[in-house]
Design a protein around this ligand. Structure first.
Ligand SMILES: NC(=O)CC[C@H](N)C(=O)O
Length: 230
């Protein structure tokens, strides 16, 4: 059975929910590992959970990315291990340079906590292959620094190499300004690296993995990742 490491930073707050979904909903082993002592060589996949690492001081994710787990994450990414960064995890991955671009303060600078619709743009990755192309899914967001920023030529490269995983949309799948909760460029809600083994996303799949929570769309992302490990 694959072993997944869920990394805990000072200020993580979605670590236990993530472990719960991986273990109790998907039926895989997940350990909580404190960032200072985590040995990623023992694990087949890694999840950076949501939260407020180091209190979001300087910029969300900036300080966590400077700790020694940063090098371990870079090594794991190079080795091709699947890495999923959820919300604060996505912020840490961009700060580490494992995903391109940056996450900055929402265009309307308030914390937004609500369900949003996403259009699935890439269905070829290990994380998104359980969805149909352009499928509209429903996941919750909870952030203040979720505005994805990038510019050309990098932005065009991301588009041309199909690295945009999810875009904020309306229920009909139209990618509009009104359906963009934070001012992200191109309505980008989730990105995959070039190699296809790292996904960062602002919405929370672990909060949408059980019927009782109103959506199970998020489970497909975690399941896709875990089932890719053999
Ligand atoms: N849910 C999260 O991971 C949260 C928050 C995040 N650090 C922010 O931008 O507000």
């Amino acid at each position: 059975m694959p072993k997944i490491s869920v990394i805990q930073f000072p200020g993580s707050n979605c670590d236990r929910d993530t472990k719960h979904v991986i273990e109790d909903v998907i039926g895989c082993r997940a350990d909580l590992n404190w960032y200072e002592s985590a040995d990623l060589s023992n694990y087949d996949g890694i999840v950076l959970p949501g939260g407020f690492s180091y209190g979001d001081y300087l910029r969300a994710g900036a300080i966590a990315a400077q700790t020694k787990i940063g090098n371990s994450l870079k090594r794991a990414a190079r080795e091709g291990k699947p890495i999923l960064g959820i919300c604060n995890g996505f912020q840490i991955l961009t700060e580490l340079g494992l995903l391109k671009g940056a996450l900055t303060t929402n265009s309307y600078p308030k914390f937004r906590c609500e369900h949003v619709y996403l259009k699935v743009n890439n269905t070829e990755s290990i994380f998104t292959r359980k969805f149909d192309k352009n499928e509209v899914i429903n996941l919750p967001i909870a952030h203040k620094e979720g505005r994805y920023y990038n510019q050309d030529p990098e932005l065009s490269e991301l588009k041309n190499s199909n690295q945009i995983a999810f875009k904020y949309s309306n229920k009909e799948g139209e990618v509009t300004k009104a359906s963009n909760p934070n001012g992200s460029c191109e309505n980008i809600a989730g990105l995959i690296n070039e190699k296809g083994n790292v996904l960062g996303m602002m919405p929370h799949p672990e909060r949408a993995s059980e019927d009782i929570l109103g959506s199970t769309d998020g489970k497909k992302i975690l399941k896709g990742m875990i089932e890719s490990i053999n």
